[in-house]
Ligand binder design. Structure first.
Ligand code: FAD
Length: 315
């Protein structure tokens, strides 16, 4: 019965008013290698077709015009509209663009990545399949020293001798793969066998996300506070999408990634020329960084007089 009703529904297929092209150039995979065994491949996107002479950015404008009404159709004004939407955080039009990636990365990076809950994910299952014999093994020049200023990070290169010791330790850990394989051959379940493997082992997933949430991910993971290894993946993703939505990506750089947020206390410090009105050291340090970047002169702190002048005797 319901089948009949559905069969009666008439679908009108409209011919496009202008010529459209495939924004991925007819390819099903735009791939970039990352590190030793990793990669990011853009495998699909929405919109996949764009009017000739425009980029997939057109889809953001199309969605925005539903709320703003039909405006002028000039590309330059479309750019202005996208930049306005970004500046004023009118985010929903950016959700109309979507990207699907196939990503191959070590488990320790996947753990950071998966914290971004607004994507759709399908990961390789180590319960169904044998984990590959692939491990993230940095080059000696990529082994970093623990940062003194950032407890979560490493910045400078570690001296060669200790770096080599670390790499020898990784060799030893990776050799456990042989035992993993032997035990699977003896009948151990894959779901338990995997638990002895290190977090440097590679996994992979399909990851689909809309542009608004992708920009949120990129803002956090392209940032210098993020671990270098995930930053390399985030930078790669940005390079892949910039070709598809260049106008939105430029707005992201201008108004998000390379912008600075000022707090009320910081605005007050600029207006009054006084030091930041707080005793919190971290907040003061953050303000110092911004002040230097913005070339704002240091406040003149009144000198406290430490030399005691003897009181003049009254005559
Ligand atoms: C440099 C760095 C260091 C970090 N260190 C740590 C750490 O030490 N320990 C740790 O546990 N995590 C750490 N994280 C992870 C961090 O706390 C976030 O979990 C992660 O960055 C994802 O951010 P998000 O929740 O904003 O993103 P998404 O999950 O992508 O969400 C995007 C936005 O959607 C909204 N949203 C999504 N889901 C919900 C929800 N359920 N409820 C309400 N709002 C929602 C929020 O506004 C959120 O900002 C770190 C992240 C970075 C970048």
């Amino acid at each position: 019965m319901i089948q009949n009703e559905i069969d009666q529904i008439q679908i009108n297929i409209t011919k496009p008013e202008c010529e459209y092209y495939d924004v991925m150039g007819g390819s099903h995979r735009h791939e970039v290698k990352v590190h030793d065994h990793g990669s990011v491949a853009l495998v699909d996107c929405m919109p996949r077709l764009a009017p000739v002479g425009q980029t997939a950015d057109f889809s953001i404008v199309q969605a925005a015009r539903v709320s703003y009404g039909a405006g002028t159709k000039k590309v330059s004004e479309d750019k202005g509209l996208i930049r306005y939407l970004f500046r004023h955080q009118h985010t929903s039009p950016f959700e109309m663009v979507e990207f699907k990636f196939h990503c191959v990365m070590p488990v320790f990076i996947a753990r950071q990545w998966i914290r971004h809950r607004t994507a759709n994910v399908n990961e390789y299952s180590a319960r169904y399949s044998v984990m590959p014999d692939k491990f993230y093994h940095p080059k000696v020049e990529d082994v970093r020293k623990q940062s003194a200023s950032n407890r979560q990070g490493g910045e400078e290169q570690l001296e060669t001798k200790t770096a080599e010791e670390f790499l020898a330790y990784l060799d030893q850990v990776e050799s456990s793969y042989k035992t993993y394989n032997e035990l699977l051959d003896k009948g151990l379940s894959r779901e338990l066998g995997r638990i002895g493997l290190p977090v440097s082992v590679y996994t992979e997933w399909y990851w689909k996300i809309d542009l608004h949430n992708l920009f949120h991910f990129l803002k956090l993971r392209m940032d210098s506070h993020s671990q270098k290894e995930i930053r390399d993946y985030a930078n790669t993703i940005f390079a892949l999408i910039r070709k598809i939505v260049p106008v939105a990506c430029e707005a992201f750089m201008d108004y998000s990634y390379e912008s600075i947020k000022l707090t009320r206390l910081e605005i007050e410090a600029i207006q009054t020329g006084k030091p930041l009105n707080t005793t919190n050291k971290r907040e003061t340090d953050e303000w110092e960084q911004k002040r230097k970047l913005l070339n704002i002169p240091a406040p003149v702190v009144p000198q406290t007089n430490t030399t005691t002048t003897p009181p003049t005797e009254s005559k």
